[in-house]
Design a protein around this ligand. Structure first.
Ligand SMILES: Nc1nc2c(ncn2[C@@H]2O[C@H](COP(=O)(O)OP(=O)(O)OP(=O)(O)O)[C@@H](O)[C@H]2O)c(=O)[nH]1
Ligand SMILES: [Mg+2]
Length: 301
């Protein structure tokens, strides 16, 4: 199954899902009429798109409908699709040119960080890259073990320390090991929960400083993992991480567990941080590079 089919399968979970509602609203379009736009805005808001992004989409659609004199539902669908794709921004890859490059994976507990790292390890090692996983979640011993299982599954390198040790030291050792072994990509797991929130942000900052000091030249991506089923709550988390950790991309997991998915628009419009991957299941190959065009197509077909 490709991106399109997986997204469609995910979003078609319930009868009350986003695509069904969107498409029935669009089918009711018979020319410029305020009721249609209000219904569309409501549908978008109910699909987790968020008030701001929904209003933006509908305002833009209203203008396009007027400018082009659109009367038919097919044309209105195409116009809406164009707008949604534009709102999602360009499709893009992670910048991982240096050897090694680093991917820091952050997010609150249970969103799917470790699983995503396992999937990324699979993806990049299949592309012929030498990957090393760093067990930066030292808060729980089980966390390193879970990551170790993923490393073994994909046959990639793995660096861990004891429970309770300093995550920055794990990252330091990972960088040394990566240089010695000519590793292409270091992927760092981090804790989702510590004794308190400021500890968590301090720990991420410390990891950052160690990388800045040892490998200022290395390409580095900081990916925030968000659970799509938490809807608008994810946005508050994202804003906090953006402020304290600096983010270069979002991974939206568990899209297979929600019939909504509009959260993708809320994230890009509120944060200006691109969605790079979506998770659509628990298996190693259930991670898909995000494609705005195909996503919008899946919603509107
Ligand atoms: N259905 C589904 N489940 C997922 C996906 N990604 C992760 N999960 C599941 O979500 C649960 C939590 O995943 P983890 O990877 O352990 O999450 P984490 O962020 O590392 O959690 P902590 O280490 O506790 O902070 C596991 O049961 C995963 O199998 C996804 O895309 N779809
Ligand atoms: Mg974890």
């Amino acid at each position: 199954m490709g991106f399109f089919d997986k997204i469609k399968a995910g979003l078609s979970k319930t009868k009350e899902n986003m695509t069904v509602k969107l498409n029935s609203t669009i089918a009711s379009f018979t020319g410029e009429n305020e009721e249609f736009f209000e219904e569309l805005e409501e549908t978008l808001i109910l699909s987790d798109v968020g008030a701001e992004a929904s209003m933006e989409a509908v305002d833009r659609l209203r203008d396009v409908v007027r400018e082009r004199g659109i009367r038919g539902s097919e044309e209105v669908r195409d116009a809406l699709k164009e707008i949604l794709v534009e709102m999602l921004g360009e499709k893009g890859e992670l910048t991982l040119r240096s050897r090694p490059s680093l991917i820091l994976v952050v997010g609150v507990n249970g969103v799917g960080k470790t699983t995503t790292i396992g999937k990324l390890a699979r993806l990049y090692s299949q592309q012929g890259k030498k990957v090393l996983l760093a067990a930066g979640d030292t808060f729980r011993a089980a966390a390193a073990e879970q990551l170790g299982v993923w490393a073994e599954r994909s046959g990639v390198d793995f660096v861990r320390h004891e429970e309770g040790s300093d995550p920055a030291a794990v990252v330091f050792d990972s960088m040394k090991a990566a240089l010695a072994r000519k590793t292409d990509i270091i992927i760092v797991d981090t804790a989702g929960r510590l004794h308190n929130k400021s500890n968590l942000m301090n720990e991420l900052n410390k990891i950052s400083r160690v990388i800045d000091k040892e490998m200022p030249w290395a390409d580095r991506e900081t990916l925030l993992v968000l659970d799509a089923t938490t809807g608008q709550n994810g946005l508050a988390q994202a804003e906090e991480f953006k402020k304290s950790a600096g983010l270069t991309g979002i991974v939206l997991t568990k899209l297979d567990g929600t019939a909504k998915g509009g959260i993708v628009f809320a994230i890009t419009s509120r944060l200006g941080v691109p969605v790079r991957f979506v998770g659509v299941g628990e298996q190693a190959d259930d991670l898909i590079p995000f494609d705005p065009e195909e996503f919008a197509e899946a919603l509107l077909s």
